[in-house]
Write a protein that binds this ligand. Structure first.
Ligand code: ADP
Ligand code: TRP
Length: 333
């Protein structure tokens, strides 16, 4: 198969949940063996919200630990921390000289921030898509595994890369495109009856990979259901359908059939279903939870992983940056 260069980053915002794992990380696990992958923790991007230094470090560490626990292999892919690469801000600066205020102000994610945090509309926020473009094109990536909400940012990465090529009369940067495995995007439902599992709906809506058995039991016991079926063979409400969907993911088919039959015959007891689902969820996540604990206490391993990632990612980034410096006219004497 033709190997592509893949880049993807996530902002370090705490713990990964089951939705992140099944919706995003499992794709990374597959990709790392098929392509030349660069996965990074986007801590420069986090600065737009002014995190305190201790929180920032703890979040970066936690995401790194959880990535490794899920199975990202730092020997196979390149796993690094964005702020370890000074080449990224250098390219960001170069791209900024040809990024215009008007086009940046029209970006949907910027307009959204202007609305939601009007007291912190800083230049970093305005130029967020430029930094993201630098992340991607510094490795000459062609594919970027991200969700639909990032498509406009990808379009801008293409614009800035093409503009640089044109202005400096070269073809350093290929065009990067958003990328997904399969046609169907998985959507893991949340516990509170609404749509997807997402931390923006509160901790009660998500099962985190590190949640203890006790926490999982407590969250499951509070999962939203309904008053119960009153007539045989009716459609479950969305909240109950969510629970069936979760059973489908973490339990056996027999168990799903069992509860669907009880539902169809109006003899279901949601308390039993939720307890049962909690126990299966605990078993499903146990290997990852154990790995998180082991990896988290292995400071030497983390240091090695970060150094290896920095080394591999820097080499790739420096190569591109040297070409850019040359193209711009920064030549050695
Ligand atoms: P959250 O919605 O909890 O803030 P993020 O937006 O940080 O999660 O998502 C990080 C990655 O995880 C994205 O690639 C996103 O598509 C994926 N993801 C998040 N929640 C789900 C879900 N419930 N089902 C499938 N994928 C998800
Ligand atoms: N903007 C992305 C998000 O909010 C994170 C990100 C930063 C990213 N740089 C990237 C994603 C480069 C892919 C490639 O999810």
């Amino acid at each position: 198969m033709n190997k592509e260069i893949i880049v993807s980053g996530i902002r370090p915002t705490g713990n990964l949940h089951l939705g992140n794992y099944l919706g995003a990380v499992t794709n990374f696990l597959k990709m790392q063996h098929e392509h030349n992958c660069f996965f990074f923790i986007a801590d420069y991007h986090s600065l737009t919200t002014h995190p305190n230094p201790a929180d920032l470090h703890a979040n970066v560490r936690q995401v790194l630990v959880e990535y490794l626990a899920c199975g990202l292999d730092p020997e196979v892919c390149t796993l690094y921390i964005q702020s370890d690469l000074p080449q990224i801000p250098e390219l960001y600066m170069m791209l900024n000289m040809h990024a215009y205020k008007g086009e940046l102000e029209r970006v949907a994610s910027f307009k959204e921030k202007v609305r939601t945090q009007p007291d912190n509309v800083n230049a970093g926020l305005l130029t967020y898509p430029v930094l993201m473009a630098a992340d991607i094109i510094i490795h000459k990536a062609t594919k970027v595994p991200v969700g639909k909400d990032q498509e406009q940012h990808l379009e801008m990465a293409r614009t800035f890369g093409n503009r640089f090529n044109r202005i400096y009369n070269n073809s350093i940067f290929p065009e990067p495109y958003a990328f997904n495995y399969g046609k169907e995007l998985v959507k893991i439902p949340g516990l509170l009856g609404g749509g997807k599992m997402s931390k923006s709906d509160g901790d009660g809506n998500v099962i985190n990979l590190i949640d203890s058995p006790e926490t999982i039991r407590k969250k499951m016991s509070k999962a939203v259901t309904d008053a119960g079926p009153t007539e045989p063979n009716t459609q479950p409400s969305p909240a109950v359908q969510n629970l069936f969907d979760l059973i489908k993911i973490v339990s056996t088919e027999d168990k799903l059939n069992h509860y669907q039959n009880l539902y169809a015959t109006c003899s279901i007891r949601y308390g039993d279903l939720k307890k049962d689902l909690a126990e299966d969820m605990i078993i499903y996540l146990q290997p990852i939870r154990e790995k998180i604990a082991t990896i988290s206490s292995d400071a030497a391993l983390l240091k090695r992983v970060v150094e290896l990632g920095r080394e591999k990612a820097s080499a790739s980034a420096q190569k591109t940056l040297d070409e850019c410096r040359e193209a711009i006219g920064f030549k050695s004497f």
